[in-house]
Design a protein around this ligand. Structure first.
Ligand code: PLP
Length: 395
């Protein structure tokens, strides 16, 4: 045992300072606990509970059967880039040339890392709209940048306001990273909100990284893509993908869109680190864009119903919750219970078998909230509301 320990201490010294700086995930311990329990309703996982549309899966299987399993070009299948380009212009009014301005990535996850490493130098400050998806700050840290949280609290309906943005900009600021519709809050930025921050970004010559993975899951009005605003196009990297809209989380396919100079620089990194996105998944994604509109619409309609039902239930039992305008998360405040969000999540899981994620895991503005993914059946949502209500009554 002693020699084992000595060895592992030695090995630890090999770990880089940047890797050491990445904090442990704030939700990992809940998942570990969950695995040891029975009869749990899990509102903790951020993925659709629908199967990938079967015709999409068949397209992936078909590519294997006909031996289309080799690398594609680094940028990704031309047919897929063409389809993405047409989809983006017709759906969101964002114009990207499939030859020079689109790269198919290994999910938005790769896109985030790629985008940050393409534009951030060591010491650059990166504003991270907070709360946010758990990988944002680690991506910045790994690139040598300094993540700075930009609060998007419930009072602002979880949006970025011009005043908070102005407050956080310094001479070192290079990039603003944001995700709307948002994980974990379900908040969205409307046209007016984006126009209000566009001038600030232009005046301070800042870049924008816009993660739009939930763009199809928009329930009120339409999704506005920042790059559709003329003054923002040249300074925006748009990321999107297939995981959420087509229930394809395991296929690992997304896309990176940016002006040609930025895309060319990103391609240099992508070609060495990823080479190309999984080939079979790219064929499946082609089918998704061609023939999965109906399946997607059905899924979005179901999420809308669940959202209405679940949020009404939360408010009824005394957990104030904004109506999320997109994604599939509700982000109620639990402050009235007097518990911290961590304690609330842990006790709710242990005592009433409902798994949720503590809001603080998504950044300081998430403190005092819990994230509930309504990616389970309506029956389970009803039961979850009942159990959460019982838990609150027991306090
Ligand atoms: N960005 C956000 C905001 C997410 O919530 C997620 C997954 O939950 C991702 C990116 C990762 O997406 P992908 O599966 O395309 O890597």
């Amino acid at each position: 045992i002693v020699s084992e320990r000595r060895l592992s201490d030695t090995r630890k010294r090999y770990v880089s300072e940047r890797a050491e700086m990445i904090p442990p995930s704030g939700i990992r311990k809940f998942f570990d606990l969950l695995l040891t329990m029975n009869d749990v309703i899990s509102l903790g996982v951020g993925e659709p509970d629908f199967n990938t549309p079967w015709n999409v899966s068949v397209a992936g299987i078909d590519s294997v059967e006909r031996g289309a399993t080799a690398y594609t070009s680094n940028k990704g299948l031309e047919e897929l880039r063409d389809l993405i380009s047409s989809y983006l212009i017709s759906r969101y009014g964002t114009s990207y040339d499939p030859q020079n301005e689109i790269i198919i990535t290994g999910g938005v996850s790769e896109g985030l890392d790629l985008a940050v490493r393409t534009v951030v130098d060591p010491g650059d400050e990166v504003l991270v709209a907070d709360p946010c998806y758990v990988s944002y700050s680690p991506c910045v840290t790994l690139a040598g940048g300094i993540p700075i949280t930009l609060p998007c609290p419930a009072e602002d309906e979880f949006r970025i306001t011009p005043d908070t943005l102005m407050e956080k900009i310094t001479r070192k600021t290079k990039l603003l990273m944001m995700n709307f519709p948002n994980n974990p809050t379900g908040g969205v930025m409307k046209q007016g909100d984006l126009e209000a921050i566009a001038d600030i970004l232009v005046d301070h010559d800042l870049l924008l990284l816009s993660d739009e993975i939930y763009s199809e899951l928009t329930y009120e009005g339409r999704h506005v893509s920042p790059a559709s605003i003329d003054s923002l196009w040249e300074r925006t990297i748009t990321l999107n993908g297939f995981s959420k809209a087509y229930s394809m989380t395991g296929w690992r396919v997304g896309y990176f869109c940016a002006p040609p100079e930025i895309t060319a620089a990103a391609l240099k990194i992508h070609q060495y680190v990823m080479l190309c996105a999984p080939t079979m998944s790219q064929y499946a994604a082609v089918e998704a864009l061609k023939h999965a509109e109906e399946a997607k619409d059905r899924m979005v309609a179901e999420f809308r119903m669940r959202r209405n039902l679940f949020v009404a239930g939360l408010n009824r039992i005394g957990l104030p919750c904004h109506l999320p305008k997109g994604a599939f998360y509700a982000f109620p405040s639990i402050e009235s219970t007097g518990l911290s969000d961590e304690d609330f999540a842990e006790r709710l899981l242990v005592e009433h078998q409902v798994a949720v994620a503590p809001g603080s895991a998504f950044g300081p503005s998430g403190i005092g909230h819990i994230r509930c993914a309504y990616a389970v059946s309506r029956e389970d949502l009803d039961e979850a509301v009942k159990r959460i209500g019982e838990f609150i009554d027991s306090l």
